[in-house]
Design a protein around this ligand. Structure first.
Ligand code: NAP
Length: 332
């Protein structure tokens, strides 16, 4: 899987912008730049990234529900799009089958949702010259070694979920339209089922926890990713030639799930979250068997995003802080 040719890229970013929540609110909360001044179709509006996109886009977002557009029925997705009356400025797909373990038992369902439907949307967009934005995952890589993966690294998914996402990536590139496909990692948000919320729940109930420490990656705050998505899309639309391709996009820095858990508890304690937890024991993945195999090395090199668009996501600890603060405020 290769990203688009960097030789054709004309846009030279003047400086790298490290995104923060405050820049997110000022840049996107009030109004969008004119290049994005039109309706944007957003699939996956209830999900972590999709709901953040809808929040940032406000009335510009057109977010169909799962009931209206069910990705499990690719032909129905196609006919819904064919009947769609307006021409969107862009289509963003944040819908996905993300139950990594369950996918081992439901591989064909995962393929319909993660590969077949996105392929049809990509082809709809390509025919109409509409930019298509999609998300992929660190789980497309084989997970060996310690070097961060680049967009040119050889893929080799270890799980059904990873295979379904990779099939989606390949189909989107093969549609030969304008596309941005952001490969991200370890996504969480203040709401919903994710590692942060699971840790906060378990940490409030138990004194001792065991968390794996041999998988390394970058936890990514959904709101940061959504913000980076829109900034990148805007930058791409301003380029003489749309820089289609796969781009790694995650919060910077790296940690293990164990390191992430320790940081969640350290920050949550400072913010006054109720916690019983005293010890977080570090364990190898072999002591926490799961139906799907996860990569040990989930490090993603995000240099391409920085080089082409001048955009870098903040350190993962900043993302966590902003997420916990948002969570604290919403529970008051
Ligand atoms: N979560 C992670 O750790 C992670 C890591 C790397 C990459 N990614 C990628 O990042 C993207 C966003 O992930 P996320 O964490 O925001 O996912 P998420 O919270 O699980 O949300 C996925 C969305 O897809 C929708 N969806 C599921 N099945 C559908 C169907 N049959 N038809 C239409 N919509 C359907 C869900 O709707 P319902 O809620 O109504 O089912 C939900 O709105 C995905 O492409 C994912 O593969 C995620």
């Amino acid at each position: 899987m290769q990203s688009g040719s960097s030789a054709s890229r004309k846009f030279i970013p003047k400086a790298v912008t490290v995104l923060t929540l405050s820049s997110a609110s000022s840049a996107w909360g009030v109004g969008l730049p004119s290049s994005l001044g039109g309706p944007i179709l957003v699939f996956g509006k209830i999900g972590q990234v999709g709901s953040a996109l809808v929040r940032l886009l406000g009335s510009r977002a057109i977010p169909p529900s799962v009931e209206e557009v069910d990705f499990e029925k690719p032909r129905a997705v196609s006919s819904w799009l064919e009947r769609y009356p307006a021409r969107p400025v862009a289509v963003i797909n944040a819908a996905a089958y993300t139950q990594v373990d369950q996918a081992e038992k439901e591989e064909s369902r995962a393929f319909s949702i993660n590969a077949e439907s996105p392929a049809l949307i990509a082809s709809y967009c390509a025919k109409r010259d509409i930019p298509f934005v999609h998300y992929s995952t660190d789980y497309v890589y084989p997970g060996d070694g310690v070097e961060p993966w680049t967009e040119q690294s050889k893929t080799g998914p270890l799980s059904a979920y990873g295979r379904s996402k990779l099939a989606g990536d390949e189909a989107i590139a093969a549609a030969h339209g304008k596309f941005l496909n952001f490969r991200t990692s370890w996504v969480y948000d203040s709401m919903g089922q994710n590692f942060v919320n699971t840790m906060l729940k378990l940490g409030a109930e138990r004194e001792n926890l065991r968390v794996v420490s041999d998988q390394i990656g970058a936890p990514t705050y959904a709101l940061h990713l959504a913000h980076a998505t829109l900034r990148t899309l805007e930058a791409a639309l301003l380029q003489a030639r749309f820089p289609s391709g796969v781009y790694h996009a995650c919060n910077s820095g790296e940690t293990s799930w164990h390191g992430f858990a320790e940081e969640i508890f350290a920050q949550a304690r400072k913010l006054g979250f109720p916690l019983k937890v005293k010890e977080v024991k570090s364990i190898p993945s072999s002591e926490y068997p799961t139906p799907a195999r996860r990569p040990e090395n989930s490090r993603l090199n995000c240099a391409e995003m920085r080089k082409v668009f001048g955009i870098e996501l903040p350190n993962w600890k900043i993302g966590l802080k902003e997420c916990l603060e948002a969570k604290g405020h919403s529970s008051q």
